[in-house]
Design a protein. Structure first.
Length: 457
């Protein structure tokens, strides 16, 4: 969704500190009727290409049903309003939208409804197993595991194992887009300098050197805001630690960052890019907004970030659409893209669950998915979507559909376990990699002790 970047930023910031999630209190909700037909966007041009369950095309013979829906204001955007309007037109049913402020207020509102067993018919919510636990999924939500539309969800999501489900049962379908981390690059600069997309990390360094020799800033990096350098860290961590199966050791308290060759490698690589002059010279004082502007104006050949940097860039610099592309950072011979999925949709058990299920069938029909993602323009977490996506974002789809992804490690680590590195100190050379790893290990052990994580010896 248009607001998913907030979620990504939140995940990034959590890696700088250990957070123990709590859900308490209550939040107020507001109610809004769904938009009228003339408020909805035009019918999508994209057409279905794959066989799917048919969307409702006429009102049911029985009386119209009014479904209740809860959603954060941050997520209640024009694409979702379009879906609701189209469903009401074609089904004859109505949806009563109860929206709340975003962030903690939404968390409080929806978890309070679950606590008192007053779930709306349709609920937008976070996608992690821990959140589904707060929502009492087994008791209150409909198990969607065997519904035909689940086969449309991308293997990257289903096989990722951390989204939409609790205790091996699926209670949500994905909404909005996936966020993938990689290299966003200027295709025109690459072409003008005879550069092809690198396939190995050595080739990536060679590309940076060739650009530097041509007087072009290879990578624009902003350290001032704190979080942008974490995207290189995400990629390195995913390929050096997650891919090698070490998340379980981190969660059970037996991992040692100070002795991790993988962690040492991705920190050394990050510093190397700065030391060789492949970052902009003012990287320490550069903000994220400056990074986006510099890349979008052709002042650097690449940025390492998530693909939802792109819609923000295009909104301010629409001319950048002609040169934006994206590729996975070629960490090794089989690079993995770290991804995140922010938002899901579940339905409650109760008298209206059959009609609510009808809404999910409508949402996952080819016609609706293409219309919806044609407006969202983010990486669809469904296979077979033919809607036009943003430049760059579309480049990641083949890798995602091939399952060349793993979740951002923040989604895999037990809440309360502290994993963080002094990236600014390492990148600028103010702190050695070995010292940064010793500090990371000390923080990790303290978090295990403070939160009484099983496995600490």
């Amino acid at each position: 969704m248009q607001r998913t970047q907030k979620k990504v930023f939140t995940i990034i910031l959590t890696l700088l500190m250990a957070i123990v999630f709590t859900a308490c209190g209550s939040g107020k909700t507001e109610s809004s009727s769904a938009p009228s037909t003339d408020q909805a966007s035009a019918e999508p041009k994209a057409s279905a290409t794959a066989t799917s369950e048919p969307a409702p095309t006429e009102a049911p013979k029985n009386e119209s049903v009014t479904l209740s829906m809860i959603i954060s204001k941050d997520w209640y955007d024009e694409p979702i309003k379009w879906v609701i309007s189209e469903y009401e037109k074609k089904s004859g049913n109505k949806i009563d939208v109860q929206f709340t402020p975003g962030g903690q207020a939404f968390n409080d509102a929806i978890t309070t409804k679950a606590a008192v067993n007053e779930m709306p018919d349709i609920a937008f919510m976070y996608t992690t197993a821990s959140f589904l636990g707060q929502m009492k999924a087994e008791e209150l939500l409909v198990d969607l595991s065997n519904e035909p539309f689940m086969k449309k969800i991308s293997p990257s999501i289903i096989e990722g194992g951390v989204w939409l489900k609790s205790k091996d049962k699926f209670y949500e379908i994905p909404v909005g887009g996936m966020n993938g981390a990689g290299v966003i690059y200027n295709k025109e600069i690459f072409a003008a300098n005879g550069i092809e997309i690198p396939k190995t990390y050595e080739e990536f360094l060679a590309v940076c050197e060739k650009l530097k020799q041509a007087g072009i800033t290879p990578i624009f990096e902003g350290l001032k805001d704190g979080w942008p350098p974490l995207l290189f860290n995400f990629i390195g961590f995913t390929n050096e630690i997650t891919k090698k199966g070490d998340i379980a050791k981190i969660n059970d308290g037996t991992f040692d960052f100070s002795k991790s060759a993988g962690a040492k490698n991705f920190l050394n690589r990050h510093h190397e890019l700065f030391a060789k002059g492949y970052f902009n010279k003012d990287t320490a004082s550069t903000t994220y907004d400056m990074e986006v502007a510099a890349f979008s104006q052709g002042k650097a050949a690449m940025v390492i970030n998530v693909d939802n940097l792109i819609p923000g860039a295009l909104s301010k610099f629409p001319e950048a659409a002609k040169f934006i592309g994206m590729f996975p950072l070629p960490w090794d011979n089989d690079p993995i893209i770290p991804i995140d999925l922010s938002i899901g949709m579940a339905i409650a058990k109760g008298k209206n669950q059959a009609t609510s299920l009808d809404f999910l069938n409508f949402f996952t029909s080819d016609e609706t998915l293409n219309g919806y993602y044609g407006k969202v323009k983010a990486i669809p977490p469904y296979i077979g979507v033919t809607a036009e996506l943003n430049p760059g974002t579309s480049d990641l789809v083949p890798f995602i559909e091939a399952g060349k992804t793993l979740p951002f490690y923040a989604n895999l680590i037990t809440p309360g376990v502290g994993v963080g590195f002094d990236l600014t100190g390492v990148i600028l050379g103010a702190k050695s990699v070995d010292k940064a790893l010793l500090e990371a290990q000390a923080q990790y052990l303290k978090s295990l002790k403070d939160n009484k994580i099983a496995g600490l010896k």
